[in-house]
Design a protein around this ligand. Structure first.
Ligand code: NAI
Length: 217
């Protein structure tokens, strides 16, 4: 039974931002903050913050506000950041390599334990202390190490078959960069899709709006 059943995805998606802002406050030595001050800082409304946090029981005290360290810790717990879930990466090309090298998995509750590729020239290379393994060994590895999630940095065309193999081997959660719509094909998969291109198009829309009045800026 999920711990936080019924909490909307839009609330969940705001939690990392709360966590980040509270972490910054902690670094600056701020110990206590009102929902109004936090709202100002994050350009939200105080009622939005209270509503979001009430989904998890609320953590403020009337007249005191929030204890920054306690709230930071609670949100970290809600996000599951202390569980050190194991994750593997598929596709050690340009993107996979960049993610493996530059993402601080540990700070986000994850531990990268394996990297796989099917290209013999890539297999055997060292990335962040891990040797890229041949993806033919995927099932053996999953049986032995039981990773909880996989990062897909493989081409779209390879995604369906790879996910089928991973699901059969017990991996059900995916950080999906492959542009293949996994949720449609695998209903019971847990999927977080990342499309940098969508973000860029959203920026493009905003640039378009900004310059649409024809004035020189
Ligand atoms: P790349 O060609 O540099 O790397 C792909 C790697 O996957 C190669 O090393 C290849 O040998 C490996 N591969 C192919 N089939 C495989 C399989 N069945 N099992 C294991 N490994 C396999 O490509 P790049 O630039 O790293 O991009 C990877 C994918 O991510 C592409 O599909 C690209 O469109 C997508 N992409 C998505 C972004 C996003 O925001 N979602 C951003 C950039 C790229």
């Amino acid at each position: 039974m999920p711990k936080h059943e019924g909490v909307s995805l839009s609330v969940i998606k705001r939690l990392p931002r709360y966590y980040r802002f509270l972490g910054d406050l902690l670094e600056k030595g701020v110990t206590r903050i009102s929902s109004r001050e936090l709202a100002q800082l994050m350009r939200l409304t105080a009622s939005q913050i209270r509503q979001d946090l009430n989904c998890f029981g609320g953590f403020g005290q009337q007249g005191y506000g929030y204890n920054v360290a306690a709230l930071h810790k609670e949100i970290g717990n809600i996000l599951g950041l202390n569980n050190n879930y194991t994750i593997i990466l598929l596709g050690a090309g340009n993107l996979g390599r960049a993610i493996a090298k530059h993402m601080d998995f540990e700070a986000r509750g994850l531990h990268l334990i394996g990297i796989f590729d099917n290209n013999p020239t890539v297999v055997g290379q060292q990335i962040k202390g891990l040797t890229v393994a041949n993806s033919t060994y995927l099932e053996d590895f999953c049986r032995e190490r039981k990773p909880k999630a996989a990062i897909l940095c493989i081409p779209k065309e390879a995604a369906h078959e790879t996910v089928e193999r991973l699901m059969s081997a017990g991996v059900k959660c995916f950080w999906n960069f492959s542009h293949y719509d996994l949720s449609l094909a695998f209903e019971d998969a847990v999927v977080e899709n990342v499309h940098l291109g969508d973000s860029l198009m959203t920026l493009c829309y905003q640039i378009n709006e900004y310059y649409s009045d024809g004035e020189e800026k």
